[in-house]
Write a protein that binds this ligand. Structure first.
Ligand code: CAA
Ligand code: NAD
Length: 308
């Protein structure tokens, strides 16, 4: 089906990235997104170093990648289990995990940042590696909502800085939004496009505006669904069923909030509200804040609006 053909296309595509583009990728942050980005990069022939401050997160990330690869292989290599096993082992062999980001970026072509959605944390990270990474290395952020230009502002490589916005679950979702700021060079933009395509994704180009294309539409929609729940207009299950069966969405908005992580959703809304206080669509949602303060972050923590 859709995923099978996508994966098949990826598996059949050359295992070596096109000449003169990205060969080694450092993915910083081994959570939901970082693990998926590391997987698709390695699955398509890139050498990958996955970095997290937390050793347990790295262990979990490798487990997630193994499970995801098995799903891929079960479908694509039904008749060739040997080839499937080879894909899994070769992909895993290409992924190295480390906790020291400064060591990781000494020799790399691309740094993909997928850490917590917080400008201060992202600034701290990029300023700590800017002088260490080679000159040619491109830095990108996978931010959902922050300004790429603002993230890049602490570096001396604004021409080699952009946004690559992947979607969750990365191995399945076919899109990457490619974001260039007014300072991103043409060469960097072309390399970001080539890398995204080399990992099997379809690209769209976006300006550096809040939420780019998808989240500018999706985040207010999810927030409105939670407000509907707060008002008691309908139950979570009914809101989800309504949007799945009445609008053809693969997941309802409440399920989707749990799936993307309530902390990430809350960070996005709080950040936008601070920046655009007069925009009613960006008003933070009290119920979301409450769940986050109780440690209920959605699927990744075992409970959000639903229990997992
Ligand atoms: N790795 C590999 N394969 C996976 C996978 C993973 N992590 N997760 C699901 N799959 C595969 C399954 O094996 C299955 O494959 P086939 O159809 O070929 O058999 C397929 O994906 C469907 O999976 P399931 O049958 O388990 O479940 P589903 O049909 O409910 O689909 C879903 C799951 C793909 C996640 C689907 O519900 C969906 O598309 N949901 C919406 C996701 C979405 O909107 N993502 C964007 C979030 S916003 C964002 O990411 C941006 C941001 O900045 C916050
Ligand atoms: P997550 O909470 O699942 O993972 C973040 C990981 O980063 C954690 O493992 C944490 O230990 C690690 N980390 C934090 N600070 C670090 C640092 N300084 N160095 C190394 N590792 C560090 O988060 P996520 O959902 O994967 O989101 C990551 C980024 O991707 C955010 O900017 C988010 O907005 C964006 N994003 C999220 C989604 C989604 O659906 N969740 C989709 C697209 C983009």
């Amino acid at each position: 089906m859709a995923l099978a053909s996508l994966v098949l296309r990826r598996c059949m595509s050359s295992n070596t990235p096109p000449a003169n583009v990205i060969k080694h990728v450092t993915v910083v942050g081994g959570g939901l997104m970082g693990s998926g980005i590391a997987q698709v990069a390695a699955q398509n022939g890139h050498e990958v170093t996955l970095v997290d401050v937390n050793q347990d997160a790295l262990k979990k990330a490798i487990g997630t990648i193994q499970t995801s690869l098995k799903r891929v292989v079960r479908k694509v290599f039904k008749d060739d289990p040997g080839d499937g096993e080879k894909l899994v082992s070769e992909t895993l062999e290409r992924i190295k995990t480390v906790t020291d980001v400064k060591e990781a970026v000494k020799e790399t072509d691309l740094v993909v940042e997928a850490i917590v959605e917080n400008l201060e944390h992202k600034h701290k990270l990029f300023s700590s590696i800017d002088q260490i990474a080679p000159d040619h290395t491109i830095f990108v952020s996978n931010t959902s909502s922050l300004s790429i230009g603002e993230i890049a502002s602490v570096t001396q490589r604004k021409d080699r800085f952009g946004g690559l916005h992947f979607f969750n679950p990365v191995p399945v979702m076919k899109l990457v939004e490619v974001i260039r700021t007014s300072e991103t060079s043409d060469d960097t933009y072309e390399k970001m496009m080539a890398f995204s395509q080399a990992v099997g994704k379809t690209t769209v180009s976006c300006k550096d505006t809040p939420g780019f294309v998808v989240n500018r539409l999706l985040v207010p929609y999810v927030a409105e669904a939670v407000r509907m729940l707060e008002r008691g207009d309908a139950s979570a299950k009914d809101i989800d069923t309504a949007m799945k069966l009445g609008a053809g969405y693969p997941m309802g908005p409440i399920e989707l909030a749990d799936y993307t992580g309530l902390d990430t959703n809350a960070f996005i809304m709080e950040g936008w509200h601070k920046k655009f206080p007069d925009e009613p669509l960006f008003r933070p949602v009290e119920l979301m804040r409450k769940l986050v303060s109780e440690g209920k972050l959605g699927r990744k923590s075992g409970q959000g609006f639903y229990k997992y």
